[in-house]
Ligand binder design. Structure first.
Ligand SMILES: Cc1cc2nc3c(=O)[nH]c(=O)nc-3n(C[C@H](O)[C@H](O)[C@H](O)COP(=O)(O)O)c2cc1C
Length: 330
């Protein structure tokens, strides 16, 4: 039984990767996750705001910083509140590389082209095997068109490509007008993979205190369906590696992710909720499922239910929407 998979050109022992989260903050935890079968580990993100706030502070000393920018900065955590500062982050890459033998993927999180992108090079020099570039943007400006926003995304991606030789994946949100076209352009801009998807941490409204409350919930399997559809649609359309992130909790979730076309499955909430042992159990169950269903390797299973390969491609499209709505009986 072969669980091996290729992700971003890295040969991994299985498709089970620990996704970006605080799980990589402690080298002992990283080792424990490796022992439980993790085939790679994505570190939590280093944010554009962390990298630009240092230079912004310098600018503020020499010239008057724009009022609105200063206000915007105040919404972000103080530098002491980030788990690791930019320098510590690089040291932490080396610490993890010494402690585990699985690939360590550093994560850079931002939205605008700029000097902070240079940090990708430092991550490479610190020993990262790959980078995950998380482009997390919430458009609020009605003057900026989708095309302009996507052009900015491409500028960030080609900026990173220009800095590093190691592979990198782009972690996206699902809210783009044409993901297949965006994926094609992301490949042309030099990225090696896609991670589907970022979860948006939706703020709730406090209707008594009239305030906005930031909320972070761990996922459930219900988040998988959105990923499955887009994974299936993107599978086989470009040479990009595909990682599924969001909603993998049970063996059937993992099987579906691979059948839709994922090269790897990134797991976070399951492990945060139930500990590293839950990853080991998931991998065991996945292996047993493959055996019971006579799959000799993951490659045989990958993408067998993608948009291209499934017996009913319309099920991923508008046709299914019509059918589902019309067949509902009261
Ligand atoms: C506590 C916590 C911290 C996270 N930190 C990051 C991060 O730093 N960078 C990032 O790209 N994603 C981060 N994520 C998102 C996860 O990598 C992942 O995309 C998301 O949790 C969906 O996967 P899951 O359903 O397995 O949890 C974080 C998630 C959680 C729960």
């Amino acid at each position: 039984m072969k669980l091996t998979t290729n992700y971003l050109g890295l040969e991994l022992k299985s498709p089970f990767v620990v996704g970006a989260s605080p799980l990589g903050d402690d080298p002992d935890m990283a080792k424990r996750l490796e022992d439980c079968g993790a085939s790679a580990l994505v570190m939590h993100s280093l944010f554009e705001e962390q990298l630009t706030s240092e230079s912004a502070a310098l600018t503020a000393l020499t010239e008057s910083i724009e009022e609105s920018y200063a206000e915007a900065l105040s919404y972000f955590p103080e530098s002491a509140e980030y788990a690791l500062g930019p320098e510590d982050y690089l040291d932490h890459i080396s610490r993890l590389k010494k402690r585990v033998s699985i690939p360590v993927i550093a994560s850079l999180n931002g939205r605008t082209p700029g000097g902070w992108i240079g940090h990708a090079k430092l991550m490479e020099e610190a020993g990262a095997d790959a980078i995950e570039l998380n482009i997390y943007d919430v458009p609020t400006d009605q003057e900026e068109s989708g095309a302009e926003l996507e052009a900015r995304v491409m500028e960030v991606i080609s900026g990173v490509r220009g800095k590093v030789k190691i592979p990198f994946a782009v972690k996206l949100s699902p809210f783009y007008s044409s993901l297949p076209n965006l994926a094609k352009n992301i490949h042309l801009a030099g990225a090696n993979g896609l991670v589907l998807f970022n979860r948006f941490y939706q703020p709730d409204l406090d209707i008594e205190d009239l305030n906005v409350e930031p909320k972070l919930f761990l996922s459930t399997s219900s988040e998988l369906l959105l990923r499955l559809r887009w994974m299936a649609i993107l599978h086989g359309k470009s040479p990009l590696s595909l990682a599924l992130s969001g909603g993998v909790h049970k063996v059937h979730d993992a099987v579906k992710g691979v059948m839709a076309g994922a090269d790897v499955l990134q797991i976070v909430s399951l492990i945060l909720r139930h500990g590293p042992q839950s990853l080991e159990t998931l991998i065991k169950d996945f292996t047993a499922w493959m055996q019971e269903h006579d799959y000799k390797d993951v490659a045989e299973m990958r993408g067998c239910l993608s948009h291209r390969n499934s017996p009913d491609p319309g099920a991923f499209e508008r046709a299914n929407y019509l059918r589902v709505l019309q067949l509902w009986k009261v």
